[in-house]
Ligand binder design. Structure first.
Ligand code: ZN
Length: 169
């Protein structure tokens, strides 16, 4: 069971264990926004299990929810292990990351500039742009929604989280 932490303004920040969430509530750092409808019992007390809590003070956002970061793994998940040039379905061992605008030409490692590519297409493309070698992207890369990534990683998406995740983009 995990709990979604919202910033004071209801922006989603992070998923944490329910233990940590209860800790935030007990130390008055956060308030419960939604509950799972289950309780945790200790010897002396019963706590409702929170599904969403909100920080009482604004937290400076150090990092976004790790799921939304542009990492190799997350790019493969977004592209569903499919080469974004030829459409080949790849296994995790044979798929590569391609910078659409090559790094050597100033291309960044960002959601909008990296795609999953099979080894053949990646080799064919090399340090060039897709157009110059006759490759075409099947769809233009973009930052995935958090909900999308959560579903791709087969994590249970808790209904209580959706109103906050959907607006976060
Ligand atoms: Zn390919």
């Amino acid at each position: 069971m995990r709990t979604l932490i919202l910033n004071a303004g209801y922006e989603p920040l992070q998923l944490v264990s329910w233990q940590k969430a209860i800790c935030l509530v007990l130390t008055s750092k956060a308030e419960v926004v939604a509950e799972y409808g289950q309780v945790v019992r200790t010897i002396s007390t019963i706590y409702p299990l929170p599904s969403v809590v909100r920080l009482k003070r604004y937290a400076r956002v150090v990092r976004r929810l790790s799921l939304a970061r542009c990492t190799r793994k997350n790019v493969f998940l977004r592209d569903k292990f499919q080469c974004q040039y030829c459409g080949a379905q790849c296994r995790s061992g044979s798929i590569t990351i391609d910078h659409v605008i090559p790094k050597s030409r100033g291309g960044s490692t960002s959601w909008e500039n990296v795609v999953a590519a099979c080894q053949d297409c990646n080799r064919r493309k090399g340090n060039r742009t897709p157009e110059s070698v006759g490759l075409k992207l099947r769809r233009s890369p973009r930052r995935p929604g958090w909900r999308e990534l959560l579903e791709d990683t087969h994590q249970d998406v808790v209904t209580d989280w959706l109103p906050y995740l959907d607006t976060a983009g």
